[in-house]
Design a protein around this ligand. Sequence first.
Ligand code: PPE
Length: 328
Amino acid sequence: MEKAELIWMNGEFVPWDEAKVHVLSHGLHYGTGVFEGVRCYETERGPAIFRHTDHLDRLAKSAELYHLPLPYSTDQIGEATRELIRRNGLRSCYIRPLAFRGYGEMGLYAQSSPIDIMIAVWPWGAYLGEEGKKHGVRAKVSSWRRISPAGLIPHAKASGQYLNSILAKTESANAGYEEAILLDERGFVCEGSGENIFLVRDGQIVTPPHVASILDGVNRKSVIQIARDLGYTVVERDVARAELYLAEEAFLTGTAAELVPVREIDDHTVGAGEPGEITRHVQAKFDDALYGRAEEYLEWLDPVEPREQPPSGAGPVAQEQGSSKVTS
Ligand code: PPE
């Protein structure tokens, strides 16, 4: 991975290579951590974080669901993130905040172990490859089912849960596919190993619902809104496995992946093979939203640089620079 200069750790900015933990950290043994994947984009108004508040809210909720009291507020984590990007001098980057039970006590009820928290930022290119973004990826339905809501919490973004995603991803990669699609415990379509999934069926956009054990993706939410604003019908409903093969179009959404068309599933060509018209239309608008080119979605962007103060004595109107700041 591409290093940055500094990592924020428990309130301090430390050099990248010195951001270390004890080997007896609880999270390392039991997966007791919650995290986010967020992206910052270079926009005309400078670097800006896409849906920062939504990600921070989900982090706080994941922490709450797994009984990990966060030692910092989401406001503090948000400000630390902006400051970290500024200090690292990055214009665009991936952002990874992680809160985990640290070193102190072993065993499952280790309430006296501290909750450590870190934020790292680094440049991270196309998650499923540039080629995949343009022409689509080949996916395979995994033999591993997505974690059951009877045993874990699919709505939370928790470290330990990713063993499930890693099994699926490894299986598909070893079989020569770019991504895995997991079914839920009932056998309905759930999501990719690190993305939500959308299909086009009879001209409508279809995506699995919350009860199908999905992670409530921030980009899923954004794409649903964008597609509806573009005039498409978006239906959240259970999707049968065969619908993956019958779909006219298919695409994945996620922070790391952004919007990636799927051109083949289980060796069945999706639609005409090349990304379809609806996928392209939504992808283009979604890209505009990410890069601050869509006026109507500017409120989704949290600018990293402090807003310029108008020069003193410049006039009576203290005009705000842009209206895009989402307070976190
Ligand atoms: N499902 C899963 C299991 C998932 O990990 C992600 C994000 C999504 C859906 C999409 O959620 P959202 O990013 O809020 O739209 N996966 C993150 C981790 C990727 C990684 O390899 O690490 C991400 O995209 O940042």
